[in-house]
Design a protein. Structure first.
Length: 193
């Protein structure tokens, strides 16, 4: 049975802010590939080449930077399997619940992902994100993800290993307004991260 994702005022506001950060071309792509029925294909589809793998990574980064758990969960198969640190999850609902908990703890979260490798329907990513806890302690979390996609472009398997490094607020490198990382903002390699 297909589950219809209801749009609430909160979701509409979050999606509106996210989409306002996109160029017209990116906005069209986002609408085509992330909205509507979550069971439709999510381009680009495997097998990936360098360009489509980079595009898939940026789409994921942009979605995670919305901090919208339900929106992010739509990128995964309904029975997607995750390992995130020491937590094991299965399915969109569990993913959305996990992300809700994550972003209640990891405040002012800003993420950069970078393609590491790809082959056929798999992509390896490295990433770093900055956040602070409710006591004002800042962290930069470094990690690697292994992704596997189904034939419709949904991620069916995600394995993430992450380490948290305490940093001083003055050591932060991510200062853009919350939401999508600007196109002219340096990536991980540019920042030597």
């Amino acid at each position: 049975m297909l589950r219809r994702w209801r749009t609430t005022p909160w979701k509409q506001a979050t999606q509106s802010v996210f989409k306002s950060c996109l160029s017209e071309r990116e906005s069209r792509f986002y609408r085509l590939h992330t909205m509507n029925n979550p069971e439709n294909s999510r381009l680009p589809l495997p097998p990936f080449d360098n360009e489509s793998a980079i595009q898939k990574v940026r789409i994921a980064e942009d979605a995670w930077n919305t901090h919208n758990p339900e929106l992010v969960s739509l990128a995964y198969t309904s029975d997607s399997i995750w390992r995130n640190r020491s937590e094991f999850l299965s399915g969109r609902e569990a993913i959305a619940q996990f992300l809700t908990r994550k972003w209640l703890k990891e405040l002012d979260y800003r993420l950069i992902k970078e393609l590491w490798a790809f082959q056929d329907n798999r992509i390896a990513v490295r990433f770093a994100y900055e956040w602070h806890d409710d006591s004002g302690n800042w962290f930069r979390s470094y990690g690697n993800e292994n992704w596997e996609f189904d034939e419709h472009g949904f991620m069916r398997w995600r394995i993430a290993s992450i380490n948290d490094l305490p940093i001083h607020q003055s050591e932060r490198k991510y200062h853009w307004i919350l939401g999508r990382r600007p196109d002219d903002h340096p990536g991980l390699s540019d920042l030597n991260l």
